[in-house]
Design a binder for this molecule. Structure first.
Ligand SMILES: Cc1ncc(C[n+]2csc(CCOP(=O)(O)OP(=O)(O)O)c2C)c(N)n1
Ligand SMILES: [Mg+2]
Length: 583
């Protein structure tokens, strides 16, 4: 605790608790009102501080870091619109259940609403997007005040880690002068050692996590359903834990169910047994005969609902019993048809069910596995035969180029969809992240850099050209990062995704381009130059591995937006032709 004055005492006691509670990274934006906390964070040896000017980027950077480590990340800004700039990332953290501790400095109550400047209403600024809001108050550095600050830090960490759902919290902290650490005689009046120093290395109040151990009843009951199912499938959507790979692979073998695995489930790629992994469901489920013949009566869902629309529609219409595993108190149930949502540890459930099913030989999901093989063959031969670089071809090539230890952060819009549709299963022990809580195209560059910073993993950010433009200022954060961050910019000069919508046909071309296509002629080389980053424009996909190996920089991949939609349709047609004999 720093006794220089009451502000330094309260701020340092608070930060001490954050550190003892497990915070290792704080993202701080410059400002005067936040000085007491900024200095306390900076001087706390266990917390590393990244300083990022733009609060919107800063919050996404923290979000990426929280996603990569699972640990709460602190965010600090000054009063006024600075705090409002956190809002998009707070929304994403809410929907994606990521632990952020947003600390907004504020003026004390007597300076609010009287034209004192840089003051907005910061009370409950993020509405219901946060797990907990606290107006921390204006306190003396006496026993009560210091214990209050310590206690608020402990409670904020517990709320962000999950009770039961992890997510963002918002603490509003007003400070009176002096904001600088100038000595004030007699300002610290506390005498209780617990108020002054807390509990040595332990937090003031330790909070135990909610027990997610599944009951024997749950394991027996659902194992019974699995063995009684006529046709079952496992659907694996976004979840962050690579430890789920082995148990889920075991469950697939024991049950004879295929795993329809989105890359962000961490199941599509990795060193685990991928014999039951299906990667082409987005194409296969566009075929009516296949949809009908593959209809399941039991669906086990792990992670979030995948993005693929054909999969979502098929699941909703299948009439199957759907069991969703969601330990984090969410409601990832857009079909409105799940029979049960299980609040238990997914790894324990999968291995517990696999053990109960035993090694009794189940029939393999032959229909799915044969269709997957035929679809993969059709996709790669078709894409290989093309001279030009296409968006689907790029995702296939990226999949082959990812290496063990890599972290891939993929943009909403077409990149995440094309990754799901085209990336082939592979051995790379890589992690796949995205901001699909709210599907924003904002903040991707910052999120990816934050993830690289916190994890130390070589990172590949896969962005669209408008996605880059939206968060181009996020590139500034690269100046302090030694981990390689490769930013692959798929430059189709505009919003390629909109070409797939009915609006593309219903609107005259000039209106469509003005309102949705929005070509902005983003000059990727100039963007790179502004931040003194290397830029390389790929001449062919064969250059991709070398470009990634070169380390931090922007890798521009120029593609044609006009032919993209047709190209996607053609590829799906080829897949469907290839599976015709198998239906
Ligand atoms: C913050 C935010 N604003 C607007 C949108 C709507 N939107 C979805 S995709 C898109 C265009 C993205 O273009 P680009 O990044 O180039 O990717 P592409 O569609 O070409 O793959 C927009 C504006 C959004 N998802 N998030
Ligand atoms: Mg684009």
């Amino acid at each position: 605790m720093d006794p220089t004055n009451s502000n330094t005492a309260l701020a340092s006691a608070f930060v001490e608790e954050l550190a003892r509670g497990g915070v290792r990274l704080a993202v701080v934006s410059p400002g005067s009102r936040s000085t007491p906390l900024a200095v306390a964070l900076w001087r706390q040896p266990e917390i590393e501080v990244s300083v990022i000017l733009d609060e919107r980027s800063a919050a996404f950077f923290a979000l990426g870091a929280a996603q990569a480590t699972g640990a709460p990340v602190a965010l600090l800004c000054t009063s006024g619109t600075a705090a409002a700039n956190y809002h998009p990332a707070i929304c994403e953290a809410d929907e994606s259940a990521l632990p952020l501790i947003a600390l907004s400095a504020d003026r004390p109550p007597e300076l609010r609403g009287i034209g004192a400047g840089q003051t907005i209403d910061q009370i409950k600024l993020y509405g219901s997007s946060v797990r907990w809001f606290c107006e921390v108050g204006t306190h003396e550095a006496d026993d009560k005040g210091l214990l209050h600050y310590r206690s608020v830090a402990c409670r904020a960490l517990a709320a962000s880690r999950g009770e039961p759902r992890s997510g963002p919290v918002h603490l509003n902290l007003p400070w009176r002068e002096p904001l600088a650490p100038v000595p004030v005689e007699g300002a610290v009046t506390a005498t209780d050692p617990l108020a002054l120093e807390g509990r040595d290395v332990r937090p003031l109040t330790a909070v135990t996590p909610i027990d997610m151990e599944p009951s024997a009843f749950l394991l027996d009951e659902v194992a019974g359903h699995i063995s009684g199912a006529r046709v079952g499938i496992i659907v694996a959507g976004r979840q962050l834990d690579p430890e789920l790979r082995e148990p889920l692979a075991e469950l697939a073998k024991a049950s004879g169910f295929p795993i329809l695995a989105e890359p962000t489930s961490q199941l599509r790629c990795g060193p685990h047994d991928r014999s039951h992994v299906i990667s082409t469901y987005d194409h296969l489920l566009r075929d009516e005969a296949f949809r009908e013949s593959a209809k399941p009566d039991l669906v086990l869902r792990f992670g979030e609902m995948p993005t693929s629309k054909p999969l979502r529609t098929w699941l909703a219409e299948s009439g199957a019993d759907q069991i969703a595993v969601d330990p984090r108190g969410g409601w990832n149930e857009p079909s409105g048809r799940a029979a049960a949502i299980l609040r238990a540890d997914p790894t324990e459930l999968a291995s517990g069910w696999a053990a109960r099913l035993g090694s009794e030989q189940r029939t393999n999901p032959t229909r799915w596995l044969e269709a997957e093989a035929a679809a993969r063959e059709a996709l790669s031969s078709e894409l290989e035969s093309l001279g030009e670089i296409t968006e689907p071809g790029l995702h296939l090539a990226l999949g082959q180029a990812h290496a063990d230890g890599d972290l891939i952060y993929t943009a909403s819009s077409m990149p995440i969809r094309d990754q799901e549709a085209f990336l082939a299963p592979g051995e790379a022990n890589a992690l796949f992240f995205c901001n699909r809580g709210t599907n924003g195209i904002d903040g991707l560059i910052s999120s990816g850099i934050g993830a690289a910073r916190a994890s130390g993993r070589p990172t590949t950010i896969v962005s669209g050209d408008l996605g880059l433009l939206h968060d181009v200022g996020g590139l500034a954060a690269l100046r302090d990062i030694s981990t390689p961050v490769r930013i692959v910019v798929i430059n189709n000069d505009g919003g390629g995704i909109f070409g797939f919508l009915p609006q593309a046909k219903a609107l005259p071309n000039d209106e469509f381009e003005a309102l949705l296509g929005t070509p902005r002629g983003v000059d990727v080389a100039k963007a790179a130059a502004l931040f003194e980053l290397p830029h390389r424009r790929l001449g062919s996909l064969a250059e991709l591995p070398e470009a990634l190996a070169a380390g931090t920089g922007l890798i521009e991949v120029a593609v044609n937006r006009d032919s993209n939609v047709e190209h996607h349709r053609h590829l799906t047609d080829r897949v469907l032709q290839a599976i015709t004999p198998l239906r």
